[in-house]
Design a protein around this ligand. Sequence first.
Ligand SMILES: NC(=O)c1ccc[n+]([C@@H]2O[C@H](COP(=O)([O-])OP(=O)(O)OC[C@H]3O[C@@H](n4cnc5c(N)ncnc54)[C@H](OP(=O)(O)O)[C@@H]3O)[C@@H](O)[C@H]2O)c1
Length: 250
Amino acid sequence: MPIKYDIKNKTVLVTGANRGIGKIITETFLEKGAKKVYAAVRNPDTALSLIGQYGKRVEAINIDLERPESIIAASQQAGDVQVVVNNAGVNTRSTPLDMEAVDSLNYEMEINVNGLIRMAQSFSPVLKRNGGGVFIQINSVASIKNFIPIATYSASKAAAYSITQALRDMLDKQGTFVMSVHPGPIATDMIANVPEVLEIAESPQVVADNIVAALNSGDFHVFPDKIAREMKKSYQSFAENTIEATIFDK
Ligand SMILES: NC(=O)c1ccc[n+]([C@@H]2O[C@H](COP(=O)([O-])OP(=O)(O)OC[C@H]3O[C@@H](n4cnc5c(N)ncnc54)[C@H](OP(=O)(O)O)[C@@H]3O)[C@@H](O)[C@H]2O)c1
């Protein structure tokens, strides 16, 4: 469903809005004229600086993706949401041969995949009631290629990408546009302790800016930074001809 969607005057909910990519998305949407952002956070105190900056246009709301009841409660409290950004995610940096690999993968699956499923289950009826809107999922280049030092995370992000594809087709029927965002290394706490990755990382601002651009162009896949765009070069044909094509939908 190609769209041209203006964030101006829209009510948005962003998970993990207190820091990293989620914070910059929140700020960017507000700068672009969003009416209000529900900053979905585990600890409401961590949204205080955003509230200090934007006043009543930011409301802290509790979502802990490990606590399904918090997601359900948030969807009832934020019944006016038109745009959901499922941004919060975790990365344990584990390879399959690490002793804790299974625990790491289970944890990453719980937040990065089950969290996405629960967010979609709770918020798709809200988006439908409010006219369709947009559901934005922050995936990764690691959704498409496994990177050894973050192998279990990559597996969870691949699963999240797979679920995002199903949501794209399912929610299209209710007029909700789904977007799958695939950043490469972005300078946030997630990679702060990995100097060799931080060295090549870009600012979270490129993620927010490219989401705003994709809302205008109606792109499902978003590759916001240089490394992501390099990957897009070889992936684009498969994405267009297989992922975005209707092959078998029964
Ligand atoms: N940074 C990168 O290089 C990169 C690249 C590609 C994709 N991504 C993706 O981008 C998204 C944001 O990452 P980031 O780099 O901004 O990470 P970050 O700086 O580590 O921030 C993670 C955010 O997720 C929240 N979070 C963690 N566990 C949660 C839970 N159980 N329930 C609710 N919120 C939870 C954190 O909240 P607390 O403050 O409460 O911990 C924090 O707001 C993630 O989905 C990540 O996989 C990141």
